[in-house]
Ligand binder design. Structure first.
Ligand code: CU
Length: 634
């Protein structure tokens, strides 16, 4: 295929168009169908390992599509190089991801519907142009009896107080629509209750914030790299200092990092986010359906927004575009979808020698980031690579919280008061990172590593003794792990077949952060759909088809067909190619300071070398300037 330099390169616009055209030709996929997703079928690990520049590349696309007439869903593999359909499988239990087209068509359809116009009119809303109809997906247990088996959405209604004002400032409390997304028609209007409009200030655009003077005491802060950047981007291949990796992108995971290596030694085959589960913990009528699977339902790739130089990213930036598609299989480009740049990160290491002075090294990190907007919320994802072999993954949540109005004295206890008679429900953002680490090769074993204080005894008279216990996780059942504050539990991915010069096996440690339990009844239908969030860590043996921890099809799902189903096999995870599924996120107890727009809430985890190197791999980082060295060196 033209323009493809590497088998892991994401599908091009031409390839997306070709995949759709082949299915239209060979499987009678006509205009009554929708394409839910068209993505690269990633090459096998051996194919990636054996590939050399200029070598032959066979390209395949995986396509999910469905007929709007009968709702039947199919998954196809299309061999692009041979222009043929390699497989075409009916998916009896699937409801494909929600699509941007449906979101917009639903909004447009409903605002024209006389029943909707009438319902809005009863609430004094006559300017339909200022209404936003926000469609959400159902869990199977909540789809109204009469509409079971269909593709059904439910919608919130929001109202802009004026042109250009915040779309999510004013909830139309108690009014929801139930929609048939295949026929694109209104099924039901739920006009449950009405609340007298409180007087709120939900605006964040400066001109609409009453009486606000913007700060005037900020001087310019510029990031300048007069000689350019220190990384090299060649297509989707990236090299920086001793790090090398490839950047991928798909509709569901957004940015994916492939073949991450340090000094030519493999650290990870693939790093991505595989699911996000956001249950709102408010059982009231406006919120009980509100459990978002932002990755499985909407897709981080589809939701990715363009980044602006000087706003989203500062300094010398390299951007990568992403190519997505609509439900007709027509590709479109998201310009500047991924930002790649270097950050100054304060001090990497330092010591002040009382006789000879200070020896200081500044830390520089390589950052790859992308931003997604899922309706009212944004998620900003940053993968950071450090000079000492560390990898940090940070997620920032920002945007506008969901709010609801209530009658005086009737505030539900499931949220925080953020404005006059307005509360923001508590909710949780669970993220599942899929970490396919290959530490110096594929044969890895995961250890739970925990600190243990030994009891007072003859060898430990002062009760100081602390030892580290490493427990190998040999099977998938043992691989279900929970965070333990008492023992500071973390997990090491070790290659027993490779030793450092100290004689200990090489490894990388997953250092948890922001992990929290689901705090949900085990029989809750929400937890049944998302068993994956019931543990901090799951470990599975690598299987190319095991990608989605809550199942491939989470729209209207009834139970989790991902991690719990795979791990029920209790396969061996010892000395093999393992995948770690790390569950972390934000337990969001809402605050007034997060209204009317929320400053970023930040959460992260680290992958740190443990014995991967013989000593500090950042020893060779040069000083920033001659005077950053001790007298001896100058
Ligand atoms: Cu939140």
């Amino acid at each position: 295929m033209a323009g493809i330099a590497h088998p892991l390169d994401p599908l091009t616009g031409d390839e997306i168009r070709l995949a759709a055209a082949i299915l239209r030709r060979d499987q009678s996929v006509d205009e009554r169908w929708r394409f839910a997703s068209i993505e690269l079928r990633e090459p096998s690990k051996p194919t990636v390992r054996d590939f050399t520049a200029g070598g032959e590349i066979r390209r395949e696309a995986v396509v999910i599509c469905w007929s709007r007439d009968d709702g039947q869903v199919y998954k196809a593999v299309v061999a692009l190089s041979e222009e043929r359909v390699a497989s075409w499988e009916h998916q009896p239990d699937g409801q494909p991801n929600m699509t941007v087209d449906e979101f917009h068509e639903c909004d447009a359809t409903l605002r024209r519907d006389p029943r909707v116009i009438e319902a809005l009119g009863r609430r004094g809303i006559t300017d339909v142009d200022r209404v936003l109809i926000d469609t959400w997906a159902y869990g199977a247990h909540l789809v109204p009896e009469a509409h079971r088996g269909g593709r059904v959405g439910w919608a919130d209604v929001w109202y802009r107080s004026q042109e250009g004002s915040s779309p999510y400032a004013n909830p139309v409390t108690g009014l929801h629509f139930v929609v048939d997304l295949n026929r694109m028609e209104l099924l039901e209007i739920e006009d449950i209750h009405q609340v007298d409009e409180p007087s709120t200030m939900g605006e964040y655009v400066p001109s609409l914030v009453p009486g606000q003077q913007q700060r005037t005491d900020l001087k310019p802060l510029e990031v300048v790299q007069p000689e350019g950047v220190s990384f090299a981007l060649d297509g989707n291949g990236l090299e920086w200092q001793k790090w090398s990796l490839r950047v991928g992108f798909n509709h569901r995971e957004g940015m994916v990092l492939h073949t991450v290596a340090y000094d030519g030694r493999s650290v990870a085959h693939r790093l991505s986010f595989a699911e996000m589960v956001v249950p709102y913990r408010d059982p009231t009528t406006d919120h009980y359906r509100r459990t978002a699977f932002d990755i499985g339902e909407w897709g981080l790739g589809f939701m990715t927004t363009s980044l602006e130089l000087g706003c989203d990213c500062l300094g010398e930036i390299a951007y990568l575009d992403a190519v997505m598609h609509d439900t007709r299989g027509e590709p479109y480009r998201i310009p500047n979808a991924i930002c790649i740049h270097e950050d100054d990160d304060a001090v990497l290491w330092k010591h002040v020698d009382a006789r000879y002075g200070a020896e200081v090294r500044r830390s520089r990190r390589l950052v790859l980031s992308f931003h997604v907007t899922v309706a009212n919320y944004e998620y900003l994802v940053y993968w950071r690579f450090y000079q000492d072999g560390n990898i940090e993954c940070e997620v920032r949540a920002t945007g506008i919280m969901v709010t609801t109005h209530f009658e005086q004295g009737r505030q539900p206890p499931y949220g925080t008061l953020v404005d006059e008679r307005t509360y923001a429900p508590f909710h949780q953002h669970f993220l599942v990172a899929r970490l396919d680490l290959d530490v110096d090769g594929e044969a890895n074993t995961v250890y739970a590593t925990e600190s243990e204080a030994l009891p007072v005894g003859p060898d430990n008279p002062h009760g100081l003794a602390l030892v580290q216990r490493d427990t190998p996780l040999r099977t998938e059942q043992a691989g279900k792990q929970d965070y333990d504050w008492q023992s500071q539990r973390a997990w090491k991915v070790v290659n027993e077949n490779v030793s450092n010069s100290l004689g200990t096996p090489v490894g990388y440690k997953l250092v948890p952060g922001g992990a929290f339990p689901p705090m949900m009844d085990p029989e809750s239908p929400v937890l049944r759909r998302a068993r994956a969030i019931g543990h901090t860590l799951w470990v599975t043996p690598f299987h190319p088809e095991e990608r989605w921890p809550c199942g491939e099809f989470v729209v209207q799902s009834d139970h989790d067909r991902g991690l719990p189903a795979w791990t029920a096999q209790d396969r061996s995870i010892e000395d093999t190619d393992v995948v770690l599924w790390y569950v972390f996120g934000i337990h969001h107890v809402t605050r007034p300071e997060e209204w009317p727009v929320m400053s970023v809430d930040t959460v992260s985890f680290w992958l740190k070398p443990v014995g991967f190197f013989d000593r500090n791999p950042g020893l060779d980082v040069p000083p920033n300037a001659p005077h950053c060295q001790s007298q001896e060196d100058r």
